[in-house]
Design a protein around this ligand. Structure first.
Ligand SMILES: [Zn+2]
Length: 440
């Protein structure tokens, strides 16, 4: 322990006041550290030069493999970053898949060579492992319980901690994360995607999904499920598999149109072990035993297959285009349904479907919306308001400031006020570009 306090600077370059482009910078003890560098929804925002000199950055920590958290890594490299990238092994693997999927399709161009260069700078660490960054500044990772490989980063100096909780899982508990009981955290950065919302109970969600699928099948319609993360696809497949297995819904064909899911099955099989699930169907088994489940590739024409079917996809950039084509195909069919199972970013097709009333423009065509649109958030991999509140409550001893980020403005502000009013915690919802001085 050092006697003198050390000043650090924390800047929110993206993911503050909105959910995309997550990019935070911590400066201190002669080091410049980035936590996440995600892409924005609007290509113009991704094209803007970075507001700092990437060649001066020593480390980049990646919280999890979603484009909003790692999509601008190629840009960082192009603009001169030569430091070290750290994440879990799973995040590295999935990020490589996603960046490769993104080649030539993410609004800003980068080559396969650059993806290779990125991977050569990328080191993996495990939950609980501590690494020394410089002069006693250490970092440790905890399991965020969000998507596969997601982590919190705990930067510690002089026995004071700053935790970045850039994603908090929906069934997250402090114990499961590995955060020690007596851990004193002085500063906390916390996401707020669902900062102002409460999830429905999972049991009622299952019944709801059963209901939607059942009535759609009765109408001889098709069920479309656009999903934003690979985990979500597996989660939904398990659900459908068990609904079919127990005879609650008829066994109709299920199509997954996602290159990323196909490519990632191996890693999921390895990681999700039998004992982690009550049903004891390891992921590989369940996928292999799933009668009627088919992975389809670009160009396959599902329209030729008669009768009701379930179509799931939409994870990567390449997937999203395909999902648009499916939506275009079924949007005007009143017998079909679309299930939107998670948070939809402003401007995304899912969000438009939730908000538009009569018409929508897809692939430059104006189409009447006749399809049944059903939104459920019980499958969200994000903690809801109650969960986030409890998380901060568990950690509040010694907490000097909470930065509420990665949420739409009203969502972040709602959580910020609640933390302030009910827990008496000094909390703020920083604006993009805002900096704070921290004392360690
Ligand atoms: Zn996420």
């Amino acid at each position: 322990m050092k006697n003198q306090t050390e000043k650090f600077k924390l800047t929110f370059w993206g993911g503050a006041g909105f959910v995309t482009g997550v990019n935070f910078m911590l400066e201190g003890v002669g080091k410049k550290i980035l936590v996440d560098i995600g892409s924005f929804t609007k290509h113009e925002d991704n094209d803007k030069p970075l507001p700092y000199n990437p060649s001066e950055i020593d480390f980049l920590f990646v919280s999890h493999a979603q484009m909003e958290h790692m999509g601008r890594i190629p840009k960082l490299i192009k603009e001169g970053f030569k430091g070290t990238i750290y994440s879990t092994q799973e995040t590295k693997f999935l990020s490589e898949l996603m960046l490769t999927d993104c080649l030539g399709a993410c609004g800003f161009s980068f080559e396969e060579e650059e993806v290779k260069q990125i991977m050569s700078l990328w080191k993996t660490i495990s939950y609980g492992e501590i690494i020394d960054l410089n002069d006693g500044l250490t970092v440790k990772m905890y399991d965020a319980g969000h998507i596969l490989g997601s982590s919190f980063f705990d930067f510690s100096y002089n026995n004071n901690s700053l935790i970045f909780a850039n994603s908090v899982g929906s069934s997250f508990t402090k114990e499961l994360s590995g955060i020690e009981e007596n851990k004193k955290i002085k500063y906390l950065v916390i996401e707020s995607v669902y900062g102002d919302k409460i999830h429905k109970l999972t049991d009622s969600v299952q019944e709801y999904v059963e209901d939607i699928i059942e009535t759609t099948i009765k109408r001889e319609g098709n069920v479309l499920i656009p999903v934003s993360s690979i985990d979500k696809i597996y989660l939904l497949l398990r659900e459908i598999y068990s609904l079919m297995g127990s005879g609650k819904i008829p066994k109709i064909p299920v199509f997954v149109d996602s290159l990323l899911v196909e490519k990632s099955i191996g890693i999921y099989e390895k990681i999700f072990k039998c004992e982690e699930y009550g049903s004891c169907n390891s992921l590989g088994n369940f996928v292999n035993n799933f009668e009627g489940l088919k992975f389809v590739k670009n160009g396959d024409d599902l329209g030729k297959i008669e009768g009701p079917k379930i179509i799931i996809g939409g994870v990567g950039v390449s997937d999203k285009k395909k999902i648009d084509t499916y939506v275009e195909k079924y949007i005007s069919d009143p017998n079909s349904s679309i299930i939107i199972p998670d948070y939809q970013i402003i401007g995304s097709l899912g969000r438009k479907l939730q908000e538009e009333e009569d018409f929508i423009v897809i692939n430059e065509k104006k189409m009447p919306i006749n399809i049944q649109i059903e939104t459920i958030d019980g499958y969200s991999s994000h903690a809801d308001h109650n969960h986030l509140f409890k998380f901060v409550d568990d950690l509040k001893d010694g907490l000097e400031k909470v930065f509420v980020v990665i949420g739409e403005e009203k969502s972040s502000e709602f959580l910020m006020n609640k933390l302030r009013d009910y827990l008496g915690v000094n909390s703020t919802a920083p604006k993009r570009g805002e900096s704070f001085e921290l004392e360690f």
